[in-house]
Every structure is written in C-alpha cells, then in structure tokens.
Ligand binder design. Structure first.
Ligand SMILES: NC(=O)c1ccc[n+]([C@@H]2O[C@H](COP(=O)([O-])OP(=O)(O)OC[C@H]3O[C@@H](n4cnc5c(N)ncnc54)[C@H](O)[C@@H]3O)[C@@H](O)[C@H]2O)c1
Length: 271
C-alpha cells in the first residue's frame, strides 16, 4: 500500500533509460506515492523507446525530449511541463551522467579535454542549467525540492571513476551554491544523494565495476543500497517531511562512507 506522501505534487524525472535506471525506479515510486510526473531524457535515449513503457505505467505521463546541455531544451521542457500540470512544479530529479573519456577507456592521466568539457557539461553544469532556467522562469512552487545523484568519488579517490569524480564534485558544489539562492527566494531545497554503486547502464560503464560493487557491499554494514531504496529516499526528499533539508550531500550507501574497515574485508585479506 502506498503512503501517498506525494499526493498533489508534480515533478519532472530526468534520466530513466531502462528498468535498471535509478530514475526509472524513482518515477515508479513517485507515481505510487501519488505524484503526477513528466518524464524526460536525451532525444537519442528516447529513440530506444523503453521509456514509453514507464510512461504508460505512470498514468500515461508525458515524455518530453531534452538534451541537458541545451538551455533551449530545458526551457521548453519546463514550459511544456507547466502547461501539462496546469501550474508550477514541486520537484525535479536530476539523474544524469555520462563520461566520454570513461566510455573510450582514456586513463585519468591522459584525458581528451574536448570530451572532458562534454562530461562536465552533461554531468554537472546541467544541474546549474536546470536550476537557473527554473529560477528565472519561476517554475517551482515554494518549498519545492530538487535532487541530483552523485557518488563518493567526489570526496575520495576511486581510480577507475576517472573524470566523473571531478564532475561529481562540481555537481555537489552547484547543489550547495544554488541551494542558497533558491532557498532564500522560494524556500526551494536542493540536495545531492550519494548512492552506493548500483548495476545500471551508467554504473557498469566504469572499469572493473563488478569488483567495485562487491567491495562496497562488503565495506558497508548494511550492504549496498539498491536503486529501489534510492528511489524511496528520493520520495522522502520530495515530500513535506524533509522541508528543512537543503544544500546537503546525503550518503545513501549502507554506512560505507563512515566505515574504515569491516570484518568481512579483514577475513578476505587473511584468506
Ligand atoms: N549506478 C551507480 O553505481 C551510481 C552510483 C552513484 C550515483 N549514480 C548516478 O546516478 C545517476 C543516474 O545513473 P544510473 O546509474 O541510473 O544510470 P543510467 O545509465 O540508467 O542513467 C543515466 C542517464 O543519463 C542520461 N543522459 C546522458 N546524457 C544525457 C544528456 N545529454 N541529456 C539528458 N540525459 C542524458 C542517459 O540517457 C541516462 O538515462 C547518474 O548521475 C549517476 O552518475 C550512479
């Protein structure tokens, strides 16, 4: 039975590529919790067609294409969403990330800077673009909520996470900085959720991801948090139960970020 925590709320979900995506699970949970949603992804991702299944499942939610590197696309998305909802938006999930250098297998010490620009634009500056467009259009209701997804490589080195670590540091900084301005003007809160490694298309693009995932699981007292649990956490952050949480990087990682070592890792080392 759903708790209807988001009854009456309206939100935009970026980044549902397939049913493994964190955004996919979040869309399902938001709908279950009573929200009305608009789904969006890059036009190239929409061509895969998967998202239409999700839209159907979520009360025939509109699907609107938007490349997050285009300010015009973002403006169009906000305008069409407001038109569809018949009013302003209450929440936005930014669940977007892509690194060309990771994709092409370039080492961190041998980056292609044109690609790095693209990575930073898609994975980090896009949060600023979304916030700025919404702020300038006054598109979000007072006490609204914006959440973006990040990873602990923003604080600590995970070598194969490569340039995405730098993108995530920028993303978290933008959440803090814009969180200040949007908070002062409209009480809109902006947070990042730092999620456990999760088996998705973006996740599995990281070299050695299986080992990475297993290690994190053993290093977390509660084990790795699933995409579905991350979706539940997003619902709580979109709800009115967390109205004074803003400008935070919130770890959703089963305790990984506070753990020095676990018995499971010691046992493995002593084998
Ligand atoms: N999977 C993990 O281990 C993990 C851990 C922590 C944080 N995250 C973060 O979670 C978020 C969602 O990733 P996911 O793991 O669900 O993978 P995913 O591959 O399902 O989602 C990534 C999404 O980004 C979209 N995207 C890429 N370029 C875009 C563009 N130019 N415009 C609009 N959308 C674009 C893709 O189409 C895709 O839907 C990302 O920010 C990722 O870094 C993932």
């Amino acid at each position: 039975m759903s708790n209807q925590l988001l009854k009456g709320k309206k939100g935009i979900i970026f980044g549902a590529l397939n049913d493994q995506s964190i955004a996919w699970k979040t869309a399902e949970k938001c709908y279950e919790a009573g929200a009305e949603i608009v789904l969006t992804n890059a036009p190239v991702a929409l061509r895969m067609g998967e998202i239409n299944k999700l839209a159907e499942q979520c009360g025939n939610a509109p699907v609107i294409g938007c490349d997050v590197t285009s300010s015009d696309d973002i403006k169009n998305l906000l305008e069409k969403s407001i038109e569809h909802f018949g009013g302003k938006i209450d929440f936005i999930l930014h669940s977007v990330g892509m690194s060309l250098n990771v994709r092409k297998g370039n080492h961190y010490t041998d980056l292609n800077y044109d690609w790095e620009h693209k990575t930073l634009d898609i994975s980090a500056m896009s949060l600023h673009r979304v916030c700025q467009a919404a702020y300038q259009m006054d598109a979000i209701n007072d006490w609204g909520s914006i959440v973006a997804l990040t990873y602990i490589a923003a604080q600590r080195i995970f070598p194969d996470y490569n340039e995405m670590a730098d993108a995530k540091s920028l993303l978290e900084s933008i959440a803090r900085s814009f969180g200040y301005h949007y908070g002062v003007r409209n009480k809109v809160r902006i947070n990042t959720i730092s999620q456990s490694p999760t088996m998705t298309t973006a996740g599995s693009g990281v070299k050695g991801f299986g080992g990475f995932l297993g290690y994190a699981d053993k290093m977390s007292p509660l084990g790795n948090a699933s995409a579905e649990d991350c979706a539940n956490y997003c619902v709580s952050l979109f709800s009115d139960l967390t109205r004074f949480v803003t400008m935070q990087n919130l770890f959703h990682d089963g305790g990984f970020s506070s753990t020095g070592v676990t018995q499971a890792i010691i046992d493995q080392m002593e084998k």
